[in-house]
Design a protein. Structure first.
Length: 245
């Protein structure tokens, strides 16, 4: 996703703040859900839509190491910036997880909710194997990154800000929340795992999103955008060609 700010520290700060807020609200909605009712999909979708819209023109609104990796692989960001983004995302997630722990420890019933939800950590559902959770994470991250490319990377996309991305996140949580926790984002899983000390099957929430993101990003980059570039080149060549006799 494109950005208009050439200041890498400012871009990295935007990524840290946005990822921290995403982790705070995303994991926090899981804890709040245990205490107050079903808000997880709505809270995650709304906050990501808002954060993407807020940071799109600053950092490109990655807010996710899997997104940053696929932007690096498709040459939309350099290695130095990608490393800074991922470090910022993990730092922001750690801060968001820590803030969440402090918040709910001070709320009546919050301690019980933290214990039940592992501070909103993403975990395989009851009876779900790590392999099944891995497939679920790869599939829904594929969907998310495909939507990201279609709405925020492709130059033909309508100007909808983060709306489509937020809708994709909410739908994916409704689909796979009971299966894998529907992370789609290694940083989102890292923050509450670090703050709460729960690392069960944590590798799933790195491997699954990275696999899904790379598959979707490379497909869109090479097949969909590649076909567009080929058509554009053909049209340009036709326009330059002399008129037939």
């Amino acid at each position: 996703m494109a950005h208009t700010n050439s200041n890498l520290p400012a871009r990295s700060l935007a990524e840290a703040l946005a990822t921290g807020i995403l982790c705070f609200v995303g994991a926090g909605s899981v804890v709040a859900d245990a205490a107050f009712g079903n808000v997880v999909a709505l809270a995650n979708g709304l906050v990501l839509a808002a954060l993407v819209s807020a940071t799109l023109n600053v950092s490109g609104a990655h807010i996710n190491p899997a997104v940053t990796l696929v932007m690096l692989v498709t040459r939309r960001i350099g290695l130095r910036a990608a490393a800074a983004y991922i470090a910022a995302q993990l730092a922001g997630a750690a801060a968001g997880g820590g803030a969440l722990l402090v918040l709910f420890q001070g709320v009546p019933g919050g301690g019980d909710a933290i214990a039940v939800t592992a501070l909103g950590a993403t975990l395989p559902g009851a009876g779900v194997s790590a392999g099944t959770a891995l497939l679920a994470e790869a599939a829904i991250t594929f969907i998310l990154v495909f939507v990201i490319f279609g709405t925020a990377v492709d130059s033909r996309a309508p100007a909808v800000g983060g709306f489509g991305i937020g809708v994709a996140v909410a739908a994916n949580i409704l689909l796979c929340g009971p299966i894998s926790g529907a992370s789609m984002n290694p940083a989102r899983s890292f923050g509450p795992a670090l703050a709460g000390g729960v690392w069960t099957a944590h590798w799933v929430y790195w491997a699954g999103p990275l696999i899904g993101a790379l598959l979707a990003g490379l497909l869109y980059h090479h097949v969909i955008l590649g076909a567009q570039d080929a058509r554009s080149s053909s049209a340009a060549a036709s326009a330059r060609a002399p008129a037939g006799r």
